[in-house]
Design a protein around this ligand. Structure first.
Ligand SMILES: Nc1ncnc2c1ncn2[C@@H]1O[C@H](COP(=O)(O)OP(=O)(O)OP(=O)(O)O)[C@@H](O)[C@H]1O
Ligand SMILES: [Mg+2]
Length: 261
């Protein structure tokens, strides 16, 4: 198996992209896979899932985040940070990513920049997986993230508005595939499900009617452990292995690993 690059994208905010990216990464690392996580969002929540606030601020001050790599068009290898977990490395984000759309505007072949800067890391074979957390937007930066990826996972929140806008996302991916034909949709993963709510059941039915897009068997339920883990700069998979969501993320990672072999 070569290195599989997977991004977590959905222009709907709060759909569980970052939580799913961080926990899938953690779960894959527990399965012995070597994982690099790239934080593509100015909110820096993915970075905060592996480092404390002081470290995250220090990364930003040092000028060694994904933002500077893009602006200076530098290979991403030298931006990699080690975490406490020997199977997980991270390329941090900074709040400067707020201006990334403007910075990309003047670049030649701007849609392909991240892909180009990631090539050396990908070809090194150092990682089984490179997971990229996308922000809740649909612009040139997310296009870069999609083009740099082999697969895209779409986390969808189990709420009435969770599916609203999904067509925008899949249309956008369709347009990106015209210039990046290698990009596949890995699947939709339902997050923050609450079985006590009827809406969840209706949503499962709607999703089962989508025949072109795979829907993951594993569903992530609402679980307060997710938030406690985030409060402790950790993933729920590491923080509380016995919790429902940790088990669900382990299951999801097995599905992902099975599809990527
Ligand atoms: N399974 C869960 N149980 C409880 N809370 C959750 C769960 N998954 C995510 N959350 C919470 O929901 C919020 C949104 O999750 P997350 O940040 O992962 O979404 P996102 O799609 O990355 O958001 P954004 O679009 O802002 O980047 C967070 O506060 C997170 O703690
Ligand atoms: Mg996020």
């Amino acid at each position: 198996m070569g290195t599989c690059v997977i991004c977590f994208a959905n222009n709907k905010g709060g759909s569980g992209k970052t939580t799913t990216c961080a926990n899938t990464g953690s779960a894959l690392s527990l399965m012995g896979r070597k994982v690099l996580l790239i934080d593509g969002d100015m909110q820096m929540n993915l970075t905060l899932s592996f480092f404390g606030e002081d470290d995250v601020l220090e990364f930003a001050e040092s000028g060694r985040t994904v933002y500077e790599a893009i602006v200076k068009e530098e290979d991403l290898s030298s931006y990699i940070r080690k975490t406490d977990d020997e199977n997980i490395d991270v390329i941090p984000a900074s709040t400067l990513l707020t201006s990334i759309e403007m910075d990309l505007f003047t670049k030649i072949r701007r849609e392909f920049l991240l892909s180009r800067l990631l090539k050396k890391v990908k070809d090194s074979g150092d990682y089984d997986y490179i997971l990229i957390d996308a922000p809740p937007t649909l612009g040139n930066w997310v296009m870069n993230i999609l083009i740099a990826s082999d697969r895209v996972m779409i986390p969808v929140e189990a709420t009435p508005w969770g599916l609203f806008g999904l067509a925008n996302m899949t249309d956008f991916i369709g347009r990106v595939q015209e210039i990046a034909p290698g990009l596949d949709i890995l699947g939709i993963v339902v997050t923050k499900a609450d079985e006590r709510k009827n809406y969840y059941k209706q949503m499962r039915e709607t999703l089962s009617e989508l025949d072109e897009i795979h829907v993951f068997e594993s569903v992530i339920h609402v679980d307060s452990s997710v938030e406690w883990a985030q409060d402790a700069s950790s993933t729920v998979v590491k923080y509380k292995r016995s919790s429902r969501s940790a088990k669900e993320y382990m299951q999801l990672a097995k599905e992902v690993d099975g599809l990527c072999q």
